[in-house]
Design a protein around this ligand. Structure first.
Ligand SMILES: N[C@@H](CCC(=O)N[C@@H](CS)C(=O)NCC(=O)O)C(=O)O
Length: 207
């Protein structure tokens, strides 16, 4: 007998969770949303810690009969979605198209999201100068996004990939702080990505 598999995404309206939701939507993977109220500390409730001992979101649960598999890193969830829908979010064939998507995906993860997260930690510890330096580093991501979007329709070539997902959630997080008219290629690309049905649904997943 075939066991049916259900997928749940536990999270809140944060960049990491939205990235995971957009990836599932763009991969057309059916999933149920379970909202975690971060303000009231639900992420450290006994129930949530059982699923994700780090006390954070997002957490993806894949349940198949008695087997429950949990994933608790947003970028691993992005790859999980890409693997379940071969070719939709990342070229399967080893070659330049796939390598470029990985290069740009990891650029945004390691050189943009990471300093942004560290800036937040330093700010919470009162280190305003350290935080400012890292925030500047994060915003350099816009210049690279402009360069990438000038070269091709999407961030890593002529197809939508995981690189667009990470770049989109980053640009959406700073959109109100910057004058997007100074980044004409980012603006063109951002407007196109924003109205993709999968992106629209993902962005609303936790509302
Ligand atoms: N590296 C993790 C980071 C997860 C993370 O920091 N989640 C934040 C929300 S975006 C969180 O759960 N914060 C609540 C808390 O730390 O109490 C990922 O990419 O999923």
């Amino acid at each position: 007998m075939m066991m049916s598999t259900t997928i749940e995404l536990h999270g809140a309206r944060t960049g990491n969770c939205l990235r995971a939701a957009i990836a599932l939507e763009e991969a057309s993977i059916p999933y149920r949303v379970h909202r975690v109220d971060l303000r009231s500390g639900q992420q450290v409730s006994e129930g949530h810690l059982r699923l994700n001992p780090s006390g954070k979101v997002p957490t993806l649960l894949e349940t198949s009969g008695p087997n429950v598999f949990a994933l608790s890193q947003s970028n691993a969830i992005v790859f999980y979605a890409a693997d379940k829908a071969p070719g939709k979010l990342l070229a399967v064939e080893v070659g330049s198209e796939r390598a470029l998507a990985l290069e740009r995906f990891f650029y945004f993860v390691t050189d943009v999201l990471s300093p942004g997260f560290d800036a937040f930690i330093l700010r919470n510890h009162g280190d305003r100068e350290g935080s400012r330096i890292l925030e500047e580093r994060r915003l350099e991501g816009l210049l690279w996004a402009e360069r990438y979007a000038a070269q091709s329709k999407f961030i890593a070539g002529e197809h939508f990939t995981i690189a667009d997902i990470v770049a989109y959630t980053f640009v959406a997080s700073v959109e109100k702080q910057i004058d997007m008219n100074q980044l004409p290629n980012v603006l063109r690309w951002f407007r196109e990505i924003k109205i993709r049905p999968g992106v629209e649904r993902g962005m609303l997943a936790f509302d």
